[in-house]
Design a protein around this ligand. Sequence first.
Ligand code: BDR
Ligand code: CA
Length: 313
Amino acid sequence: SQKIIIDCDPGIDDSLAILFSLLSSKIEVLGITIVAGNSPVEMGFENAKKILAHIHRLDIPVYCGASQPLKKEFVNALDTHGSDGLGESFLEPIPDYFQEESALSFLSRTLKKEKCSVIAIGPLTNLAQLIQQDLEAFRSIDQLISMGGSYKAQGNCSPVAEYNYWEDPEAARLVFETCDQTNRILHMVGLDVTRKIVLTPEILTYITELDPKEGDFIEKITKFYFEFHLKQENLIGCVINDPLAIAYLLKPDLCEGFLSYVQIETDGLCRGQSVVDAYDFYRHKPNAYILTKVNVLGFFELFLSTILNKKTE
Ligand code: BDR
Ligand code: CA
């Protein structure tokens, strides 16, 4: 099985990604690091614990990371994810779970010790701070997969920017620049592919028929998200971005893409835009693999078979 650290900001779709990875027999989650994003970092920390409690996996350590972006002011996305960050499901808080170690300390020591991939599904602040404090640890990451950015799909929080890179564009820029300088490839799971992953009422009904407990839980945390999508874009269903990053790790051939050089705009009208040099204007070696196509049916086959075959006891 593949060892991973999930760096996230739960968040409704982050929570589905956490569930998905923990229920997969092919993944070993070494820890979950939290970054400020959809929810403030303490709320994200609480939410990760609530999800772990739901599948009886409170043995998985959760670490608090950055509480704000490198330079920009913090702007949460509770309008999208509900006032509790979990679709206003108001799940029971989990008492007696403390974690003194910081996300950075955990990332540093773990990445240098083990072959481990990082699946980043929130703003890239924790990874940027890791670069600033322990470049060797960053260089030791096995595969770096980031849900974020957009090549042709436009944005979801401005006409050109995707939320995770918009929220902390300096961090995203530093991560892409460092990939360039250290000759590594970041796998960019952007809106071009994630927007295709729509959880529909029919799929939810299917889950509930096969596993009422899991179905009820997913319905509880996604209800707000469904309403948001209906209001915002007249969509019957909700886009669940983050689980695709996990699916891509498990089965890369679910997606197609191309290698390219990517830079991130940090300010102005195009703040947070991922500028993909698809036509090689700069004659610069690639620092990213941009996903452009996804086998949606293949994604749902993998996602549903994993969450419905779980053994939690
Ligand atoms: C990303 O932003 C967040 O709202 C989601 O959790 C996802 O990581 C999509 O743009
Ligand atoms: Ca997220």
